[in-house]
Design a protein. Structure first.
Length: 151
């Protein structure tokens, strides 16, 4: 078994039927969920931004790390099972394997976003929209972290 799944194996599990929402955008998010089986879709502003059946996928980490409400909704597409971690900050602080796993997931997402933005830049090169894309890239790369008051 992989070290991350070992780290979550002693946490309670949650079984949901197809079509159930586990996290809702803009709502409080105090639990970290790990997909143990099934398939989900991630929706932001009613747009599907991801669909995954990958065991070990993590949901609620953005809210946890940014200190705010859920940044997206997560809904099951088929019956699904999750590990439920009610004290996520303490869990990540106590588990290097879990923290590394979440960091790797976030790094993959950033890499995918960067590839997408580069593709958009190539598509609009020579058009007026290129300046807008440059502004978006600059904002993403230089955005300052907002203090959360949490350590």
């Amino acid at each position: 078994m992989n070290p991350f799944l070992d780290a979550v194996s002693h946490h309670p599990t949650l079984d949901l039927a197809a079509g159930e929402v586990i996290l809702e955008q803009d709502q409080p998010c105090e639990i970290l969920y790990v997909l143990l089986g099934g398939e989900v879709e991630v929706m932001r502003d009613d747009v599907r931004v991801a669909r995954t059946a990958e065991v070990g996928s993590v949901f609620g980490e953005m809210s946890l790390l940014l200190g705010g409400p859920c940044t997206a909704s997560v809904r099951t597409l088929v019956p699904s099972r999750f590990a439920s971690i009610p004290e996520p900050r303490e869990f990540l602080a106590s588990s290097p394997a879990a923290s590394l796993h979440v960091a790797e997931l976030l790094a993959h997402r950033i890499d995918t976003l960067n590839r997408y933005l580069v593709d958009v830049k190539h598509q609009y090169e020579g058009h007026d929209h290129l300046g807008m894309v440059d502004d978006v890239l600059s904002t993403l790369m230089h955005r300052q972290k907002k203090p959360t008051g949490k350590s």
